[in-house]
Design a protein around this ligand. Structure first.
Ligand code: SF4
Ligand code: SF4
Length: 68
């Protein structure tokens, strides 16, 4: 099953990945990371994620890995 991993320590909370995901599986979390931002969090399931990698391609900080 496709899945993603978001490296919270690299994420600056720009939310571009939340816009990029056609399934709307990524949201902005409520907690603060070590950089002082609210990091993105995957809220879907492996069944929902298609592995399209649009989220990873959009991320300017290379914080998302996609596993197919
Ligand atoms: S790989 Fe595609 S479907 Fe999965 S979270 Fe990223 S943008 Fe959404
Ligand atoms: S696009 Fe990258 S840096 Fe921006 S919120 Fe998503 S994971 Fe974080």
């Amino acid at each position: 099953m496709p899945r993603i991993e978001i490296d919270e320590l690299r994420c600056k909370g720009c939310a571009l990945c939340t816009i990029a995901c056609p399934k709307k599986l990524i949201a902005t979390s409520e907690h603060i990371n070590n950089l002082g931002y609210k990091p993105a969090v995957f809220e879907g399931t492996e069944v929902q994620c298609t592995g399209c990698a649009l989220c990873a391609e959009m991320c300017p900080d290379v914080a998302i890995k996609v596993f197919k």
